[in-house]
Design a binder for this molecule. Structure first.
Ligand SMILES: Nc1nc2c(ncn2[C@@H]2O[C@H](COP(=O)(O)OP(=O)(O)OP(=O)(O)O)[C@@H](O)[C@H]2O)c(=O)[nH]1
Length: 305
């Protein structure tokens, strides 16, 4: 008995049909050639993504320059380094970059390409995909994981991250850095008297109130419950004390919805970074100052030292 042919029969595609198919691809397939003197051009570009580029493929077959000019300036060095690395080590290019387009602001593109050494240089065979939606979603998730759901402020996680960065900058450049702990006074009574929902309103309003007095580079975070932290880069203890006093006064005079003015007060503890301080040292000292402010009667500011 003849063997049964279990292999599926593939339809043979005419070259013209392959071209039609390639043009429908949701992205772009390409060959990028770099000759010995570094000149780049695209001998082949196919896929619906070529329309996104809005550039003449015949021109790109001569030089990649018009496409390179569309690269976001912050991504240009990284992509060029990826090309160099790929050429030198024969490893694939795996990267992403932003393209500045004439009609839109910019799109994120992922690229993957395999190098092949050819007689007069290197030829990459690769594909590009528009990943702008995916990048936007990642950004949204990152923001979510770094922020406090009630107030929209940074959360503890974000504060600790920034604190590490700022401590390292402060150590390297010997620049001042201060940290404030802000805690609502007798918040339990507010909740018990006005209800938890109104308590939430107070927390949100307090966040707005503080934020309005801060600079772009300051970071206000909600650590949890009714405790907030304020990180102040390039700020000495003396200046932090001034700001804290201002915050304390503004909050004590602010009208918090139906509670009116004068009901909400905060206690504030401050410390300034000292060379060699760890993150925990700084947090502990700021906490110690806050404890002192509570202990001395609340609605006041205490700096350490
Ligand atoms: N509404 C609201 N209340 C919260 C939230 N998180 C914590 N709390 C409440 O905050 C109150 C904190 O109470 P305590 O730790 O005793 O502090 P306090 O009453 O502010 O007293 P002092 O800090 O000593 O002035 C508790 O009643 C918590 O239930 C929140 O997200 N929303």
């Amino acid at each position: 008995m003849p063997p049964i042919d279990v292999m599926p029969r593939r339809e043979r595609l005419e070259p013209v049909r392959i071209l039609e198919l390639a043009e429908q691809l949701p992205g772009l397939i390409f060959q990028l050639h770099r000759n010995e003197d570094g000149h780049l051009h695209f001998p082949c570009l196919m896929g619906s993504g070529t329309r996104l580029l809005d550039l003449d493929p015949d021109r790109l077959a001569e030089t990649a320059q018009p496409a390179l000019e569309r690269l976001h300036e912050a991504d240009y060095p990284r992509l060029m380094a990826a090309i160099e690395r790929s050429e030198r080590w024969g490893t694939p290019i795996i990267s992403k970059f932003r393209l500045t387009l004439p009609k839109e602001s910019c799109r994120w593109i992922a690229v993957r390409a395999q190098p092949q050494r050819v007689e007069d240089g290197v030829l990459w065979h690769g594909m590009m995909l528009d990943i702008s939606e995916q990048v936007a979603e990642e950004e949204r998730l990152r923001t979510l994981s770094d922020s406090d759901a009630l107030t929209g402020l940074a959360n503890r996680r974000k504060l600790l991250k920034r604190l590490d960065e700022e401590i390292s900058l402060s150590n390297r450049h010997a620049t001042p850095l201060s940290l404030m702990m802000i805690d609502l006074d007798h918040f339990k009574t507010i909740n018990d008297t006005w209800g938890h929902l109104q308590g939430d309103e107070v927390l949100t309003e307090l966040a707005r109130c503080c934020q309005a007095l801060l600079r772009e580079e300051d970071l206000l975070a909600r650590l949890g419950g009714e405790e907030f932290a304020l990180l102040l880069p390039l700020t000495s203890r003396r200046n932090a004390l001034h700001l804290a006093e201002r915050l304390r006064r503004v909050i004590a005079e602010h009208t918090f919805g139906p509670l009116g003015a004068g009901r909400i007060t905060v206690s504030i503890g401050i410390t300034e970074h000292r060379v060699g301080d760890s993150r925990d040292n700084l947090l502990q000292r700021a906490d110690g100052s806050l404890y002192q402010a509570k202990h001395r009667g609340r609605n006041r500011v205490v700096g350490d030292g």
